[in-house]
Design a protein around this ligand. Structure first.
Ligand SMILES: [Zn+2]
Length: 249
């Protein structure tokens, strides 16, 4: 714990007290941002998750009913979030694999932004990355990245957008920053060394996802370490999660 307690927040992290992670599927927050979430929680930030889909395509067995898989995945997601100290997990329940960055999704994300009033939002990149494994550019990820950025600007901050949200008592809110995965052009690195084991432990909460070919827990842990070590080398850390920062207010 000493190493975690001694970590000094970077100046840009000090003004960001409330943090919302918006992801497509259960398990995306841990794979993408697990160490960063743990780090922010340890700095005393309030962190919540918004999971857009029901996770019902995250399996190899076509005989398992959608509702059963969704229930399993929601339980796993709650366990992983609790392990990292996340305050709340909101499931929007859109059908897995069918997401589009349409007004319905933008409004749903805007509702959560206005409700929780985050200073910082972490979400997927809206851009397909062609130099890394294809899984990062799942179409649902691209849709969530685009819809979340549209919710940050202009939807959530514009009191004239979605009058029904005002009727629900949800006032306009301006997010200060968005951090996207730094596949290209990373300009912000979070020292993940002290949180690496916790991130891997949180990923392992998603037990249903390790029933698939190529998803041996040891192999996945090794792969995560290698990827985070590569990101760390760019910033002088042993391990890092890397981001592209967008200042949005
Ligand atoms: Zn995903």
């Amino acid at each position: 714990m000493a190493a975690e307690e001694s970590r000094e927040p970077k100046p840009e992290e000090r003004r960001l007290e409330r943090v919302m992670v918006v992801s497509a599927h259960p398990d995306d927050p841990e794979f993408g941002f697990g160490a960063t979430v743990a780090s922010l929680v340890d700095q005393g930030k309030a962190v919540v998750y918004v999971i857009c889909t029901d996770g019902s395509q995250g399996g190899e067995d076509p005989t398992v009913p959608d509702q059963e898989l969704t229930s399993t995945r929601y339980t796993e997601q709650r366990a992983a979030a609790a392990l990292l100290g996340v305050k709340e997990v909101k499931f929007l329940g859109f059908r897995d694999g069918y997401l589009e960055a349409n007004v319905e999704l933008r409004r749903a994300i805007s509702r959560e932004i206005r409700r929780f009033k985050p200073d910082l939002v972490l979400t997927h990149s809206p851009l397909r990355a062609i130099n890394i494994p294809i899984g990062a550019s799942h179409p649902d990820h691209l849709a969530v990245g685009e819809a979340t950025l549209a919710a940050v600007y202009p939807d959530a901050r514009n009191p004239r957008a979605y009058p029904e949200l005002l009727q629900e008592g949800l006032e306009a809110h301006k997010v200060k920053e968005v951090w996207l995965p730094g596949f290209d052009g990373a300009d912000h690195f979070v020292d993940a060394g002290p949180y690496l084991d916790r991130k891997i432990e949180a990923i392992r909460c998603h037990k249903s996802q390790f029933d698939k070919p190529g998803m041996n827990p040891e192999e996945v842990g090794k792969w995560i370490r290698e990827r985070m070590h590569q990101a760390g080398e760019r910033a002088g850390y042993e391990y890092a999660e890397s981001f592209k920062r967008l200042e949005t207010a």
